[in-house]
Design a protein around this ligand. Structure first.
Ligand SMILES: NC(=O)c1ccc[n+]([C@@H]2O[C@H](COP(=O)([O-])OP(=O)(O)OC[C@H]3O[C@@H](n4cnc5c(N)ncnc54)[C@H](O)[C@@H]3O)[C@@H](O)[C@H]2O)c1
Length: 265
């Protein structure tokens, strides 16, 4: 049986995990490698990227870890140049990095707004800017951007900067998709719903008004399935969009939310 990512070179940003367990970026990087890809695991936290690479290598896969702050034009350019030199091509760019800021316009500072938009949105501009020329050398390449249902729906607590960044990612993805549709480059995004990842413990507990256990209980209860999804649900969607199974799919936002956005109330 052919592996779905055989001979493909995949760059994942935020390929580590912010805490113990499986984040979306880490699970996606591991799944790409299980399907035969060579993975370039980038993270601002080199140790976190190395942990992901360790998992991949322990399973017999191929990956390297690189330190990169996706807010930096210079650092993003450097990693893309390294990919060009070391691997000679880039088939898939997976923009996973994203941070969350609980709060509305009265709660957050200008610096917090700027930082979130730089991490979540400017990063996609920078990686696309530097990676697309290399990707176009393939006649078949794909970008997978990590959005959120926050792009289109209110979560139940204010997170204005996060929602704005994700809405913009959807539009940016669609725009890139159409610009490059006749050049063999596809661009899609994933809109996860409420997922149980280390990130939610780190960023959003305060949005639910109680402790971590209370937050988990409330998030599970608000899903039509009775429980949150996890990083593997996101990773499987990413694998589909990145692979040739999705060759005629571009400019789409794939909702992975267990039905939560289809329900009223
Ligand atoms: N968990 C959810 O419920 C949920 C829901 C919707 C969307 N998402 C999206 O999923 C993505 C995050 O998934 P995750 O679980 O991998 O998160 P995570 O917080 O575990 O982040 C992965 C990695 O990103 C790295 N990172 C942070 N800032 C960086 C920077 N400036 N440059 C480079 N690396 C940086 C962290 O060090 C971390 O290792 C985000 O885009 C988020 O918006 C998550």
């Amino acid at each position: 049986m052919t592996l779905r990512m055989e001979n493909k070179v995949v760059l994942v940003t935020g390929a580590g995990s912010i805490g113990p367990g499986w984040g979306n970026g880490k699970a996606s990087a591991v799944l790409y490698a299980r399907e035969g890809a060579t993975v370039i695991a980038c993270d601002i936290d080199l140790g976190a990227a190395e942990e992901t690479v360790g998992v991949i290598e322990s399973e017999g896969g191929n990956a390297i870890a690189l330190e990169c702050d996706v807010r930096s034009n210079r650092q993003v350019n450097l990693i893309v140049e390294k990919v060009r030199t070391d691997f000679g091509k880039l088939d898939v760019l997976h923009n996973n990095v994203g941070i969350v800021q609980v709060g509305g316009p009265e709660d957050i500072t200008e610096e917090e707004w700027d930082n979130l938009l730089n991490v979540n949105l400017k990063s996609i501009f920078l990686t696309s800017k530097h990676a697309i020329p290399l990707m176009l050398e393939q006649k078949n390449s794909a970008i997978v951007n990590m959005s959120s249902i926050a792009a289109s729906h209110y979560f139940g607590y204010p997170c204005m900067s996060y929602a704005a960044s994700k809405g913009a990612i959807n539009q940016a993805t669609q725009n890139i998709a159409i610009q490059y549709a006749n050049k063999g480059l596809r661009a899609n995004c994933i809109m996860p719903g409420l997922m149980d990842t280390p990130q939610i413990r780190h960023y959003v507990t305060s949005g639910y008004g109680g402790g971590e256990e209370d937050m988990i209980k409330k998030r599970n209860a608000s899903c039509p399935t009775g429980k949150m999804g996890d990083a593997w649900d996101v990773a499987k969607a990413a694998l589909f969009l990145a692979s040739d199974d999705a060759l005629y799919i571009t400019g789409q936002c794939l909702v992975v939310d267990g039905g939560i956005t289809s329900r009223i109330g």
